[in-house]
Design a binder for this molecule. Sequence first.
Ligand SMILES: [Zn+2]
Length: 158
Amino acid sequence: MSRSEHLLLPRQLYQAMVNHAQAEAPNECCGLLAGTIEGPVLRVEKSHPLVNEAASAVEYRSEPRSMFRAMKDMRTLGHEIVAIYHSHPISEPIPSRTDLERNYSPDVVNFIIGLQGAVPNVRGWWLLESGFEEAAWEIVEPLADSRRVTKEGNLATE
Ligand SMILES: [Zn+2]
């Protein structure tokens, strides 16, 4: 399976992820970004904040019921996991040794929201067996993307 090359993240979902990180501080937050895979492009359609049952400033463990709800919603909408995220309230947004050991999948982008500075610093990573590398991603403005508006219209009628 070839790895995707680029992730598109609608601005309001980017903002929801940052807001979640700030709301959970000083503990770490965690969550999923669900969406579709179109060839080399990962397109985020929905964010699923999860409960960090570790309730810790230095690690996260997704609480099973919140994970189950997210997976059920994804099945209904035909979404796949395209990214996971968590925060680093007191350290750089760079994968820790624990993050590398717990690597969920080499095929999803791992966002880390760093909260140590004056403004949140979000970075996306591919976690590999041999280490990690920065992922290519960008924030998209929903109204500039007509395909997304169509998709939202479809979802609204369900
Ligand atoms: Zn981490």
